[in-house]
Ligand binder design. Structure first.
Ligand code: NI
Length: 176
């Protein structure tokens, strides 16, 4: 088990193209464990592999949000594909582990259906509404390099950049 540092924006690794996973192997199961540990360490609802600097097409979602119990492991979405989204949308505040303490209003489909491969190597589909739909679509955006700052205007983007730079400086001073 390993908590790995989450890549914070701006960082080119968050924009790199992700690569399809060929097979579920030990290396992928290790990535799943690292994603799980890192997500829980930061109290996230989901996290994408790119946020740990790993380009494999995979994200995970917190078990209770995904309809499991809290004792279950998070749900892995490997090579995910958004099959359908509702025309009805919902405008709600959204956070991201790559943007600590930043919240952005994002208008997203209220419902979404996603197909992915699970850790057991078989395909499954998950349909979600509200926060679950939002979470799956947000994490899926990561796999195409799309980020929260792409939903805001230039002014807010500049404000977020300043905030992230301040955070980085504070962390560097902490380490010094
Ligand atoms: Ni995110």
């Amino acid at each position: 088990m390993a908590v790995r540092p989450v890549v914070i924006w701006p960082d080119d690794r968050l924009r790199q193209a992700s690569v399809p996973v060929a097979a579920v192997d030990d290396s992928l199961r290790e990535l799943f464990r690292d994603l799980t540990d890192s997500m829980y360490a930061e109290n996230g609802l989901g996290i994408a592999a790119l946020q740990l600097g790993d380009p494999r097409r995979m994200f995970i979602v917190e078990p209770k949000l995904a309809g499991r119990t809290e004792n279950d492991p998070p749900v892995a979405f490997i090579n995910p594909e958004v099959l359908w989204t509702s025309d009805e949308t919902e405008d709600s505040e959204e956070g991201c582990l790559s943007f600590p303490d930043v919240y952005v209003k994002v208008d997203r489909p209220l419902r979404a259906r996603v197909r992915a491969m699970g850790l057991d190597g078989t395909l499954f589909e998950m349909e979600g509404e509200g926060l679950l739909a939002r979470c799956m679509l947000h994490e899926n955006d990561h796999l195409t390099g799309k980020l929260l700052v792409d939903f805001v205007g230039p002014l807010k983007r500049q404000m977020i950049k300043k905030k992230m730079q301040k955070l980085k400086t504070a962390e560097e001073e902490d380490r010094a």
